[in-house]
Structures are given as structure tokens and as C-alpha cells.
Design a protein around this ligand. Structure first.
Ligand code: ATP
Length: 435
């Protein structure tokens, strides 16, 4: 994990937030490559969950909502973690994260913990010019509630009837007691949530199962190692009382299994809660049967920062191999799926000081740019390959002296390290086929 963290910083994937002021715990910034990585992960989710489905519509709700939303959802009353402080070193811990409840993991003191106290994870802020209790609001701890309170607006305007889904990707905030494991547990993060509403006609468990399979296929399609991914079925005791079924999608990180996503059958719990507090009828009216009913809800909630981290960890490899020339090479390579890789094709000029080569190379890069995520670079070819391997670029294209004679370029594949001579004219088709 240390190696991956170091690479992420060195190559511009992820930086500590506010680093020049000493950082702020639980917040991270995505650098040029990290921003691309996360965007690609979100696009891959959006493509599969929204664009390819005629039964899912897009949504984007505000981060700050009426405080009653959080009363109804239960977040004001029960969105707590139990925390304890070590009286000796003053460090704070989440009670359920402590392996040994009598010994401080930081300073080793025995029986130095305070009594456990409830700690609400919602971040508070004020709306408007008065900073009194009537102005208190919260940064949302999940995006889902924005969908629930708009359920009626959406199904009426989008002219949808259950089964149908509403999806959104957006920021959420939780004042985690102990952020850590790089970007795994943070205080500001992005969630991709799908709320899929189904009729109460007995097919609800089938719909739940279909989404589980769809999400399984998604991780597989983007190459996440099946051995390091598990769909853990929650027991009755682990699920909230209202949930009929629940699955945690977990990845085996260097520190152990960690949750990426939760898929749950939440029944009518969420709509019921908002109907009760708001007094508004959010039921669906079935024209054919002439009756109102509250749809059942299947939810898939995935953390995009955790998923991006998973792609990074899963792609990371330190490899020793023999290159096509029989030389033993050691390299660090990120084996990203081509849709996830921040850069798909790097184009190099072999010599920095040759205007004709540079011009040719930048021209080729410009021609590829509308079709792929590209980058131009120049200099020592060994170093250029090393750098692109480290950021997971599937193909490198080199323009050399021969290019000026016969318009051919060298294409080098990240995974096999094999090189092929390809006509510049054919480059786009060649790469497209292999990506
Ligand atoms: P955990 O048990 O790890 O605190 P959770 O069960 O509270 O997570 P959910 O409320 O189910 O998480 O949120 C859905 C998803 O949102 C999680 O699977 C995760 O990917 C993401 N998520 C939740 N909390 C965080 C966080 N602090 N940092 C990054 N991602 C988070």
C-alpha cells in the first residue's frame, strides 16, 4: 500500500488536500491523472447503470437539503458511531474498530479509554446570514435521500412506472472519527447510487438478484480480479430490520477486505418515512389497476473513491520479465482496463531537438486526440516507457527517423511489451481494435 500511495503522489494521481498547510485529515485531491481515473470510473458506472438502460433516469440533487430530510431518514437520530478517547495520548477511536477494548493501539496504555459516546457523523453548516439553530443544515451523508424526496417529481415528469430506477453520482460528507487507509475512508467522497423502484407484485427479489448480477458483471467487465472481489450476503442480524436482503461488495485490499458497494432491498422504508414526516403522498398511482401503492426499493450504493482506489490497487504490479531483446527488465506497471486508463495512447518523438520529428509526432498525437485520451512526450525512450507503464497507458507510439522515410511508427503494447511497426495512416484503426 505504501508503494501504491507513493506512486499515486509521484505521478499525480492523488495528493493530500491542503498539503502546503500540513494537510487536513480525511480529505484528498485528485491530480491530473487521478481526476481522469475517477472520471473514467464514474463514466463506466453511468454508462452501464443509466445510458444502457431504458428504465433508469438521471438525477442530480443538491448537497444541502431541508433538515427535515435527515429527521425523516433517521440520520439525525441514529447516524452515530460510538467513539472512545484514550485519556493518555488523547487519540480518538471508533469503538467497533478496536481489536482490544482495554489497550490503546497508539500509545499502548491500559484501561485508558473514556466511556463510549455517540458521535453523529453528519457535517453541520448554516444556511443564510443567521448562525442560530434555525439556520442549521447538514451536508448530505448520502445522495439517496435527494432521490426519495423527489420520487413523485421524477416519475411524473419522466413518465415512468415501476419497475424503473433513478440514478445519481455526487458528493457526500461524513465526519468519520478515524479516516484512513488512503482514500478508502474519507470525510468527503463521491457516491454513485441507483434507486430502483419495483411494484409489490412478488417479483421484487428477482429484481434484487438481477442488479446483483449486473453489478458482478460490471466489475468483471472492467477486469477486477475475481479472486479479490466478493459479494458478501448479510445475515438477518447484520441487516437493518426493514431490509429484506443485502449484499456488501468487498475487495481484498492490502490491509484486508473493505466494502466498495452495498446492494440492498429496502422495502418501502424510505418512501414511508418521508410520507410520514412530510404528510405528502409519494405513492405511485397504477392507472390500470386504479390503485395507489408504495413501490419497493432496490438500492445499489457504490463509493466512487473506493472504486477508483480498487482499480488502482488491482492494476498495480511490480514485474520482472525478459524483454523481446532477451534483457531482464524490472518495472512497475498499472494494468488498467483501457476504458479506465487515464491515458490510452502516448505519442513520443524520439529526439527532442529534431524539429521535423517533433512536428510529425505532435501532428500524429493531435490526429488521435479526438478519438482517444492521448499524451505527447519526448526524450529518452526507456524513461518514457517506464513512466507510461507506471501510469497504466496501454499503448505507446514512437516517431523516429524511419517515420520520415516510410511513414511508419513503432507501437509498443504495455502488457506484452511487444513492438510493432505500423503505418501512421493505420494507427487509429490499429489502436481502436486493440483497445
Ligand atoms: P463503512 O461501513 O465502510 O463505514 P457504510 O456501510 O457506512 O461504510 P454505506 O452507508 O453503505 O457505507 O455507503 C455506501 C458506499 O459509500 C460504501 O460502500 C462506500 O463505498 C461509500 N462510503 C461510505 N462511507 C465512505 C467514506 N467515509 N469514505 C469513502 N467512501 C465511503
Amino acid at each position: 500500500m505504501e508503494e501504491i500511495t507513493a506512486l499515486a503522489k509521484r505521478r499525480g494521481f492523488i495528493f493530500q488536500s491542503s498539503e502546503i498547510y500540513g494537510g487536513i485529515n480525511g480529505f484528498w485531491d485528485y491530480g491530473p491523472l487521478g481526476a481522469l481515473l475517477k472520471r473514467n470510473v464514474k463514466n463506466a458506472w453511468w454508462r452501464d447503470t443509466v445510458e444502457l438502460r431504458d428504465d433508469v433516469v438521471a438525477f442530480d440533487s443538491s448537497i444541502v437539503m431541508h433538515p427535515s430530510v435527515w429527521k425523516a431518514s433517521g440520520h439525525l437520530d441514529v447516524f452515530h458511531d460510538l467513539m472512545v478517547d484514550c485519556k493518555t495520548c488523547k487519540h480518538r477511536f471508533r469503538l467497533d474498530h478496536l481489536k482490544d477494548r482495554s489497550k490503546c493501539p497508539d500509545c499502548g496504555s491500559k484501561d485508558s479509554f473514556t466511556e463510549p459516546r455517540n458521535f453523529n457523523l453528519m457535517m453541520k453548516t448554516f444556511v443564510g446570514p443567521m448562525e442560530d439553530t434555525s439556520a442549521v443544515t447538514y451536508l448530505r451523508p448520502e445522495t439517496a435521500q435527494g432521490i426519495f424526496v423527489n420520487f413523485k417529481n421524477v416519475y411524473q415528469t419522466a413518465r415512468k412506472r415501476p419497475p424503473f430506477g433513478i440514478a445519481q453520482i455526487g458528493k457526500s460528507f461524513r465526519n468519520e472519527i478515524t479516516p484512513g487507509n488512503f482514500t478508502f475512508r474519507v470525510r468527503e467522497f463521491e457516491q454513485a447510487e441507483l434507486e430502483y423502484f419495483v411494484p409489490d407484485d412478488g417479483n421484487d427479489m428477482a429484481a434484487f438478484e438481477q442488479w446483483v448480477q449486473r453489478r458482478k458483471a460490471w466489475y468483471a467487465a472492467y477486469g477486477i480480479d475475481a479472486e479479490r472481489l466478493r459479494f458478501y450476503e448479510l445475515t438477518d442480524a447484520e441487516r437493518p430490520h426493514y431490509a429484506k436482503a443485502g449484499i456488501d461488495v468487498e475487495y481484498l485490499f492490502p490491509w484486508g477486505w473493505g466494502e466498495l458497494e452495498s446492494i440492498a432491498h429496502r422495502g418501502t422504508y424510505d418512501l414511508d418515512a418521508h410520507m410520514k414526516l412530510s404528510g405528502k403522498d409519494l405513492r405511485f398511482f397504477d392507472e390500470a389497476a386504479k390503485r395507489h401503492y408504495t413501490p419497493l426499493l432496490i438500492e445499489s450504493s457504490a463509493g466512487m473513491d473506493r472504486t477508483a482506489l480498487t482499480f488502482l490497487v488491482d492494476a498495480y504490479e511490480r514485474e520482472t520479465s525478459v524483454d523481446p531483446n532477451g534483457k531482464t527488465v524490472e518495472r512497475t506497471v498499472l494494468r488498467f482496463h483501457s476504458a479506465i486508463a487515464p491515458i490510452q495512447i502516448a505519442v513520443f518523438s524520439l529526439a527532442r531537438n529534431r524539429a521535423d520529428l517533433v512536428e510529425r509526432a505532435t501532428g500524429i498525437e493531435a490526429a488521435l486526440r479526438p478519438h482517444f485520451r492521448t499524451q505527447y512526450d519526448e526524450g529518452n525512450i526507456g524513461q518514457l516507457y517506464r513512466r507510461q507503464d507506471e501510469i497504466g497507458t496501454p499503448f505507446c507510439v514512437t516517431i523516429d527517423h524511419q517515420t520520415l522515410d516510410d511513414a511508419s511508427v513503432t507501437v509498443r503494447a504495455r502488457d506484452s511489451m511487444l513492438q510493432e511497426r505500423v503505418q501512421a495512416q493505420q494507427l487509429e484503426a490499429y489502436v481502436r481494435e486493440r483497445l
